[in-house]
Design a protein around this ligand. Sequence first.
Ligand code: PMP
Length: 404
Amino acid sequence: MLDTQKIRMDFPILNRKIYGKDLIYFDNGATTQKPLCVIEKMNECYLNQNSNIHRGVHHLSQEATMAHEEARKSVQKFINAAHDHEIIFTRGTTESINLVAFAFGEAFLKEGDEVIISTMEHHSNIVPWQMLQDRKGIKLRIIPINEKGELDMEAYKNMFNERTKLVSVMHVSNVLGTINPVEEIIRIAHTHDVPVLIDGAQAIAHTKVDVQALDADFYVFSGHKIYGPNGIGVLYGKEKWLNAMPPYQGGGEMIATVSFDKTVYNELPFKFEAGTPDYVGSVALAKALEYVSAIGLENIEAYETELLHYAMEGLSKIDGIRFYGTADHKGAVISFLVRDIHHYDMGMLLDKLGIAVRTGHHCAQPLMQHYGIEGTVRASFSFYNTKEEIDTFIKAVERVSNMF
Ligand code: PMP
């Protein structure tokens, strides 16, 4: 199993005291902490290598360009994409989905066409499609969920018709923890010749993702949720789709030639990377992927599942606790409410005890509306968390509950 104590030494922030208490960081679903090697890599880039990429003949620029393109290959390897030009660097999951909604929408969608999403989606996988609805008159079809917070696969199967043009669903829910059967979702869509986008924001750091084995048409994630820096993310897209889609933004990098009469776009991946890329971000992200790979995603998944079961068992003993998301196949995310204690009060009081959890609607207001609630308290774990932290957390939730 994992040597958590050794791993924790890589994350200096975990030694912080908050209101005089040891920090317990259970907000990993929002963002993960960064190991020293990632921070050092960013420093090294700025200290020794900084230069604009792809344009310079000089040495520094060539080094930086090579580092950025090596980072692309690291991402390709990490998710087992067939080609490195199928990896587009973006600002994150949100930008990746917006890119697909815009560019796939421009190329393939017209009034009356249907896109399937689900009840549990994050706003970033709802709003870009609604914008397309306003722009092009497409229709959204919403996969319902059951009481455990699992997708209703029978309903999903029956949603397809000749107008269905795309399915866009999350791999793991940031609220419920549900691990969706994405392989099955993609298989079913493909029997109707419909491509599938998977929002991997909450999956990428917790389970092995192989885009070819999944046969995903698009897979998107954010660097900051996998121990990498903020502001860099990934869009994986199958070559055949990316080639058929128009650029999302215009500017430098994404062109082959420009004249006032005619502009010829660059080839993949540059066609979708207008402007100066975040080369420090890409290089540091590659470092984060290397770090995670060294620990091993199988080990991470097994350890975090153990933390999940341990926490669920302890929390279930608290009088009046209600869980949102009890799927059979669930990642290390726990959403709950205790009696009628407001999620915000619970979060504020846990904070005073040094415990960082997230409260609110978690950018999933339609899911909150489904449950008839405003928000939940959410604890989400990482491989650097421990059972001792969970013990302290459970006692703290009990203590707060008894105060009301
Ligand atoms: N999708 C899911 C499932 C998420 O959890 C998040 C982040 N909370 C996002 C999308 C958006 O990610 P980002 O803000 O990094 O673009």
